[in-house]
Write a protein that binds this ligand. Structure first.
Ligand code: P6P
Length: 330
């Protein structure tokens, strides 16, 4: 079987400008993923569950494992000579690394960590750009605000029944499974395409009354189609990586839209929306904020939020049609 390292080298040889720098970064992300997989499986045995007693830049309580994941990624990537800078959901400001580096890494180090205490899968999300400021100088905020279409790579690690690493460099989506006996990720899902037919829909309906009327109409349509025997099932884990991964492989649609009181939604554009949208588009699906493709949103701030609706192209087109039918006035 092909290891992650072998696969990266093979793909690198196909890319004329590949210098091995990007491959080294992906290997470092894989290394942290292996370490986190180890710690997560023993968290309840090693008193690693629960809160740190700190609040992060998002105003959220920091879980012990959030802190560990953030530290591991930053420590390992900062040592990589090709990484010029890092941004993390857990850090208010960008983190300059090696001025001679060509790449930037944006991270959600451990997404869905509140689920860990109840044994629900969690994930890490990453997004990689080439810097646009001169090499040899410290990275600037503008390096991180290039927009989703400028990503050179994106991916996630799912710490579930097995530990999976999925990524794209714009030439398809490829998935690997951690083989603990070998201590390496092995290629198990080459060239992933999301099914055209949707089997699942994933959303938290606790604010449905505040959704755009067109989206509420879409949900009614889902239920009506189920009554006609075109059954899709509600599956919502409350962990973005887990919900995304199931829908990517089985076909589905995920909605975390804006609401009347929170029009910008909850999820973060730069290290959740952009990478997941890149992956979904590469797998043949679509990703939108309700009015445009996620990847076309022009970023303004490091931690800005975005409504996120993504999945099979057919369902996203259906959602667009309901939104256009129910344009709210004013
Ligand atoms: P809610 C986890 O906290 C997270 O950031 C994502 O992983 C997940 O998709 C979403 O929030 C769940 O939010 O409001 O349904 O609990």
């Amino acid at each position: 079987m092909t290891t992650l390292e072998q696969f990266i080298i093979e793909k690198q040889q196909e890319q004329e400008r590949a210098t091995g720098a990007f491959s080294r970064i992906l290997r470092d992300i894989g290394l942290v993923a292996k370490m986190l997989s180890f710690y997560l499986r023993r968290a309840s045995l090693a008193n690693m569950l629960g809160e740190m007693g700190l609040t992060n830049v998002q105003g959220e309580s920091v879980q012990k494992l959030d802190h560990l994941a953030n530290s591991l990624f930053i420590r390992n990537l900062s040592r990589n000579p090709h990484v010029a800078g890092i941004a993390s959901e857990e850090e208010e400001n960008l983190i300059p690394a090696n001025p001679s580096g060509k790449y930037l890494v944006l991270l959600d180090p451990l997404d869905g960590s509140s689920n860990i205490d109840v044994g629900v899968p969690v994930g890490s999300i990453f997004s990689i750009y080439r810097r646009i400021t001169p090499e040899g100088t410290p990275v600037q905020l503008q390096d991180f605000l290039q927009g989703g279409r400028k990503q050179v790579a994106a991916g996630y690690v799912l710490y579930g029944t097995s530990t999976l690493l999925f990524y794209t460099t714009g030439k398809g989506v490829h998935g690997f499974t951690l083989e603990p006996a070998a201590g390496d990720f092995l290629l198990t899902y080459p060239q992933v395409q999301t099914p055209e037919k949707s089997s699942y829909y994933s959303f938290n309906d606790n604010q449905l009354h505040e959704w755009h009327p067109g989206l509420r109409k879409y949900v009614e349509d889902l239920h009506w189609r189920n009554q006609q025997g075109q059954a899709q099932s509600l599956r919502y884990v409350g962990s973005l990586v887990a919900d995304f991964h199931r829908n990517l492989l089985k076909g589905g649609v995920f909605l975390y839209p804006g609401t009347v009181s929170k029009p910008e939604g909850k999820l973060r554009l730069l290290y959740e929306g952009y990478p997941m949208a890149f992956l979904m588009e590469q797998a043949g699906g679509k990703a939108t904020n309700g009015t445009q493709s996620i990847l076309d949103i022009v970023p303004q701030k490091l931690h800005q939020r975005t409504p996120l609706i993504l999945g099979t192209a057919l369902e996203i087109e259906r959602i667009y049609s309901f939104l256009q039918e129910h344009v709210t006035v004013g």
